[in-house]
Design a protein around this ligand. Structure first.
Ligand SMILES: Cc1ncc(COP(=O)(O)O)c(C=O)c1O
Length: 443
């Protein structure tokens, strides 16, 4: 089976150059660190475009496919421009993401709005800007959205988010009748929702069903089960209510290779499986060939991104491990401390064959849990060395905070030997920009 870019641990252009430094997109990482400072997020444009092509090619034979990038993984204006130029649509989950794609010039009919508690203002904005689909999550939202649509004298195109009773625990999954999830309508609630849409909420036009079963998925058969459930529901609904639903959104979730041991499936493997299963289900349930929406996030952007850090202090615990501290940590990458996520790193300025040692890479934040990598064998680290942590494109910057009042890093886009800053490093003034000192405290 053909490989796809999400199966690579590093950006596809990662290399060691003549200076023996790591380079990405033809740019020397040590020079990038020097030019833009650290911590620094680096994104490789060639890798982003390669995975877009992998997705498009994998689903080429099923013409009714819409690939909607899950913006929550990483949403910046320049990235939106790249993905838009590749023909992807956008799954958004907030007013902020809607605004970002709108300002980047995206055709808003290619945008799909998800979320379990969309606010009045966010739904209002979505309708004003012409967002193409809203995936309605619950009864409260049905009523709210219908009222907003009525007031604007508009009909809104919607999907219903359902909880299909499949729970994914990354490498294996369980199927249950009902699922304890904050997202979506339980299968037992779907008919009530449809009754309301058909009889009361007449400013809503239902096109299909949406589900998302998890993230960092390695087991392809879970998608087949999901498609079977969605198609059988569509057939049941068509029959019971005499309506035709012809869209299914299967969410995102395809995995990536954080560590050497990780073996995510390729886009081609899931493409074949999903298309086969769709064709089979169309026959089995006698339904119209549906349009399929995919919402990949991590598997579009994770491996295209790395983070560069400068090594600072270190501490050898007597008879224990050696901690090496870098100038970032849990505020630019909260994933290890949030859910013990593992990362691989290399030293950008040292040959792999220099003397190595086992170390723990910790951050600079005031939390004992601020550990980026628990145990890694690296060339002996000295202060000033540049550490490159791989696979940080997804859910790093988008989950970053200002914990300890530390400025968020800059982000650069590299391609063919050029680098462009696409997110500015925050300044100290940015950190106090929203602060207000009441007059009575000014004396
Ligand atoms: C509804 C929905 N779609 C898509 C995604 C993207 O998932 P991933 O980044 O694993 O592809 C998520 C992630 O949480 C999600 O909740």
């Amino acid at each position: 089976m053909k490989q796809s870019a999400n199966q690579s641990q590093k950006p596809l252009t990662a290399n060691v150059n003549a200076e023996n430094n790591l380079e990405i997109g033809g740019c020397d990482l040590v020079e990038l660190a020097d030019k833009y400072g650290t911590p620094l997020y680096v994104l490789d444009e060639a890798t982003i475009r390669a995975i877009c092509n992998d997705y498009k090619n994998a689903f080429k034979s099923y013409s009714k496919t819409s690939i909607m990038y899950a913006s929550k993984a990483l949403c910046t204006s320049a990235l939106v421009k790249i993905l838009d130029s590749e023909g992807l649509g956008f799954d958004v989950v907030s007013g902020g993401e809607i605004y970002t794609v709108y300002k980047a010039g995206v055709d808003m009919s290619k945008v799909l709005f998800n979320g379990n508690n969309k606010s009045f203002d966010e739904l209002n904005l979505a309708l004003d800007l012409g967002v193409g689909r809203i995936s309605v999550d619950n009864f409260y939202e049905l009523a709210l959205l219908n009222t907003i649509a009525q007031n604007k004298n508009k009909t809104v195109d919607i999907l219903l988010r359902i909880t299909p009773g499949i729970e994914c625990h990354t490498h294996h999954y369980i199927q249950t009748g009902h699922l304890d999830s904050k997202f979506g309508f339980d299968l037992t609630q779907v008919d009530d929702a449809i009754e309301l849409i058909l009889n009361e909420y007449t400013n809503l036009k239902l096109h299909g069903l949406h589900a998302h079963i998890g993230s960092q998925i390695f087991e392809t058969s879970i998608y087949a089960d999901e498609i079977d459930i969605l198609c059988s529901e569509i057939a049941r609904i068509d029959k019971k209510f005499n309506i035709i639903l012809n869209e299914i959104n299967i969410g995102g979730g395809l995995g990536v290779k954080y560590m050497q041991k990780d073996e995510p499936p390729s886009t081609y493997e899931i493409g074949n499986l999903i298309i086969d299963k769709l064709n089979e289900s169309v026959k089995k349930y006698g339904i119209e060939t549906p349009r399929i929406f995919l919402e990949p996030g991590r598997s579009i952007i994770s491996f295209a991104g790395v983070t560069l850090y400068t090594v600072g202090s270190s501490k050898q615990v007597p008879n224990g491990r050696k901690y090496v501290a870098v100038d970032g940590g849990m505020s630019d990458n909260p994933r290890p401390s949030l859910y013990q996520a593992e990362y691989y790193a290399q030293v950008a300025n040292k040959k792999e064959d220099t003397q190595t040692e086992d170390v723990t890479i910790c951050g600079r934040f005031c939390e004992s849990g601020d550990i980026l990598i628990q145990n890694i064998n690296l060339p002996k680290l000295d202060e000033g060395d540049i550490l490159c942590v791989f696979n940080t494109g997804a859910y790093n910057y988008s989950m970053a905070s200002n914990y300890n009042r530390v400025e968020k890093p800059a982000m650069v886009l590299v391609n063919d030997g050029t680098s462009d800053e696409i997110v500015k490093r925050e300044t100290l003034d940015d950190l106090i920009r929203q602060d207000i000192i009441p007059d009575r405290l000014r004396k």
